[in-house]
Design a protein around this ligand. Sequence first.
Ligand code: SF4
Length: 235
Amino acid sequence: MVSDLESFLPMASAIGRAIDLLHENKEKIRPFGINDLWLVRDCPRKAWYKMQSSRAITNYSQLKRIGNINNEIKRNVKTDLFGIGLTVKNQGKEVIALDPETGLMISGRADGILDNLEALNMGSKDHLLSISSCGERNEFTSLKEKGFEHWHLKHRIQVSIIAHLLKLTRIIVIVESRNDSQRYYERVKIDKILARRTLERCFTIMKMSCAPEKRKCQSCHQWEVKCCEYREECW
Ligand code: SF4
């Protein structure tokens, strides 16, 4: 009991310090979204620019349209799961990774947690539910052929980190094609190492006072530069 208390007190004071820092620096410290965490691995420099930027998203109307379609797909999938006797708890639950020294935060939301999978012979453990959509036919075909683990790093990072922060080890992934409403289902294990290392890298980049040297593009003539919203700052 004493040792529990001894380990709890330093942790509680670190969290308290982080909360104080957050209050003091409300304007300066902005949380970084889990959806953007893959940038930490794709181009650390771009991730840093995004952390600093309060620039409006250029193609907001297109993103909003896709967001609305995604929400509709999520609602339909949850209704269908309910129809086969599965309930989704903790829908939209916020997950947060906090750096106690600085008060820096990485945050995101879970689609929900499935807790009664015994009916499908999947044991009694809670599973994170991840629902997303895919607009490109080739992308959806590639998902069906390769499986989720070898599909997009972006999605793997996102779900692994949300599951890791919720202390879950399994995920039910559902991806719906926006072209023909076909659905892809897979039960995957979280990649704990990927989740932990990506969070560490993200906090390291967040603490940097200038953009990291490491660039994805080796030259300013690469095609990726033309598509990058931070090309002017970068080159
Ligand atoms: S231009 Fe290339 S290297 Fe620079 S931030 Fe964009 S993706 Fe990264």
